[in-house]
Design a protein around this ligand. Structure first.
Ligand SMILES: O=C(O)CCC(=O)C(=O)O
Length: 315
């Protein structure tokens, strides 16, 4: 009797999960085609930003290959922006290294990690309350970056994730989770940026990407992106299919990598030095309705002037 009930419960659970998954997919598609994203597309169409030549070059590369890189200082020549980011990153690195030393001695630290991806220490992880005093949040809505994101996505985007990551050299032999080839689950309308805060060589866990594998690219049929789809194909099969076409981003500190990570990518398998980077995700309102959740709450401050597209990105 007990065995029968258990089997029945397992079946109910399976059916309930399948129904729930169908609901999530339907909600996403509805918001992508008809509701939230339709409104974001209209907003974008009414107020298309004007891009300068460097932004246009970045956009053209993104459209062609799904990625584009440039030194941050070329996009943002104001040196005070970089100095503030660098000082904040240095504080995060020294707090993280102190926490890691404590853990090595058997103590408990307050370092933030996520289950399943413990190899990354995060400045914010989830539940951060961020205002315009935060230099990383400000970078995520800086019009020099946000205008590229919105033009690439052809809609007003949402800044879904902002964080700084410290990835120590791997203590495992094998690649795990995002160190393996995968497509991000968040959205088919997706742009990420990674800003290297240290020099990253081939032993520093460089980011890697398969050009033209994002939706609309010539390799988009390889284990294609789907809402709640199977995003991690067997590594050896993928390696065989892409046949050496992946790009490895070894690059100096200050390099900004824009990338549509609904295409195949991996990284963070550091074997030499620790890797430190800031990361930003812009995606669509439909993603926030169904597939993803912001990792921060925006705390507006009185009197701070935000353009409409910036406010939209944060709320
Ligand atoms: O750490 C990396 O280089 C890869 C990160 C990644 O997979 C992601 O942000 O989706």
């Amino acid at each position: 009797m007990h065995r029968t009930r258990t089997r029945f419960a397992a079946r109910v659970h399976r059916v309930a999960t399948a129904v729930e998954r169908r609901g999530i997919v339907a909600t996403y598609e509805l918001h992508d085609r008809l509701l939230a994203n339709a409104a974001s597309r209209r907003r974008y169409a009414r107020t298309r930003p004007t891009l300068d030549e460097m932004q246009q070059r970045t956009l053209a590369r993104l459209r062609e290959d799904g990625y584009a890189t440039l030194p941050l200082r070329e996009l943002l020549p104001d040196t005070s922006v970089w100095s503030e980011l660098e000082a904040d990153a240095a504080r995060f690195v020294s707090e993280t290294e102190a926490g890691l030393a404590l853990e090595r001695e058997g103590g408990d630290s307050a370092l933030r990690r996520r289950p399943g991806k413990e190899f990354v220490v995060r400045k914010y992880s989830r539940g951060a309350q961020l205002g315009l005093g935060d230099p990383w949040l400000r970078l995520g809505i800086n019009p020099r970056l946000l205008d590229i994101a919105n033009t690439y996505l052809e809609m007003w985007s949402k800044l879904e994730y902002v964080d700084v990551w410290y990835t120590p050299p791997a203590d495992a032999e094998e690649r795990r989770s995002s160190q393996r080839w995968h497509r991000d689950f968040n959205d088919r309308h997706l742009l990420k940026a990674f800003l290297y805060l240290v020099d990253v060589d081939d032993r520093g866990g460089p980011f890697e990407y398969v050009p033209r594998s994002a939706p609309g690219g010539e390799l988009d049929k390889l284990w294609p992106w789907r809402p709640l789809g199977e995003n991690y194909p067997p590594d050896d099969e993928l390696a065989e299919r892409i046949d050496g076409r992946a790009v490895t981003f070894t690059a100096p500190k200050g390099t900004l990598i824009f990338c549509n990570t609904s295409g195949f990518h991996r990284g963070g398998f550091a074997t030499g030095d620790a890797r430190v980077l800031a990361t930003f995700t812009w995606d669509s309102a439909a993603s926030l309705k169904a597939l993803s959740e912001r990792n921060y709450t925006f705390e507006p401050s009185n009197g701070a002037a935000l353009a409409d597209a910036q406010r939209y990105a944060l709320t």
